[in-house]
Design a protein around this ligand. Structure first.
Ligand SMILES: O=C(CO)[C@H](O)[C@H](O)COP(=O)(O)O
Length: 305
């Protein structure tokens, strides 16, 4: 097994071992490649899951649940006022406060629905995903957009300063080899990938005051999520940056839920755990100058596998 795959699997086993409840009623299952190992670990964890309803976050996730012999239950079939006991999902990038970029697999809207309905949201990833701040290695914020509004949304994103260091603006995600033209999400919407680059990489002329606070262009994660979500035609923003735990459900749809814990499979075969603590101020980018405005609100624990 390639190192990265082994890292994902190790993180998944550790996450399930530490968090899978003894007698859950509903469990959320995210999308992507890492979640495959989570489902495998659930199957092997020794808990009787025959009466558990597994809530998918899209087509791929539902097929994964069915193929594993688990029982799927659609999000809109959940009884009112019942929370999902726990939701597991991957991420494209995770910062020190456990804010996440998600949507690399184009499933962010349902992922956010499920994460926000969960009492606990657990993220599982490999070491490539762990960065000091968002939009470091993962270059864009994925945004799910109603197709008719897409051009207008991209224009508004450019006005917010979305432009890569090489001058490339937001783009509708294409299918490349798999499909000619834009890919469609499970909602039949487009994904727009919007660059909001690291401050050290961007040009001076991008320092406009997008938030109107008179302090120059700075993108605090939740404010950026809100500024994007406020654009007409945007269904969901691939920034998961709200509160953790059950209060995420009532805190508003913009931020979604930050994971309460994130397991990273490391290159040396260990698994690193980061737990969320109360959040103060976390930035995607602030420029100029680049000033660290917060200290890490997470603790790192290395778990030998
Ligand atoms: O948000 C997602 C799908 O939209 C995935 O969770 C994210 O892309 C991580 O995927 P992988 O586990 O394959 O790295």
């Amino acid at each position: 097994m390639a190192d990265i795959e082994a890292a994902k699997q190790a993180a998944a086993i550790e996450a399930v071992r530490n968090h899978f409840p003894e007698n859950p009623r509903f469990v959320g299952i995210g999308s992507g490649t890492t979640i495959v190992y989570v489902v495998e670990a659930i199957k092997n964890c020794g808990v009787d899951v025959s009466r558990v309803g597994f809530v998918p976050t899209g087509y791929q996730s539902k097929q994964l649940i069915i193929n594993a012999g688990l029982v799927p239950i659609e999000f809109d079939a959940l009884p009112d006022d019942v929370m999902i006991d726990i939701a597991f999902d991957g991420a494209d990038e995770v910062d020190e406060e456990l804010n996440c970029i998600k949507g690399g697999g184009a499933c962010l809207y349902q992922e956010k629905l499920v994460a926000m309905r969960a009492k606990q949201f657990i993220c599982v990833a490999d070491h490539r995903k762990l960065q000091r701040r968002l939009v470091t290695k993962w270059p864009t914020v994925p945004i799910e957009v109603e197709p008719k509004a897409a051009r207008q949304v991209m224009q508004r994103l450019r006005m917010l300063g979305s432009r890569s260091p090489t001058g490339i603006g937001p783009r509708i995600r294409e299918g490349h080899m798999a499909k000619a033209g834009p890919i469609k999400t499970d909602q039949d919407f487009f994904i727009v990938d919007a660059p909001f680059p690291h401050p050290l990489l961007i040009a001076d002329d991008l320092t406009e005051d997008i938030l109107g606070d008179g302090e120059g262009g700075h993108w605090e994660v939740e404010q950026l999520a809100k500024a994007i979500k406020d654009i007409n035609g945007v269904l969901a923003v691939g920034l998961f940056c709200g509160p953790t735990g059950p209060e995420a459900l009532t805190a508003g749809v913009v931020g979604g839920q930050r994971p309460v814990a994130c397991y990273f499979g490391m290159a040396d075969g260990t698994v690193s755990l980061r737990k969320a603590r109360e959040k103060r101020h976390s930035i995607v980018a602030k420029y100029p100058p680049l000033i660290p405005v917060h200290s890490a609100e997470v603790e790192a624990v290395v778990v030998d596998n």
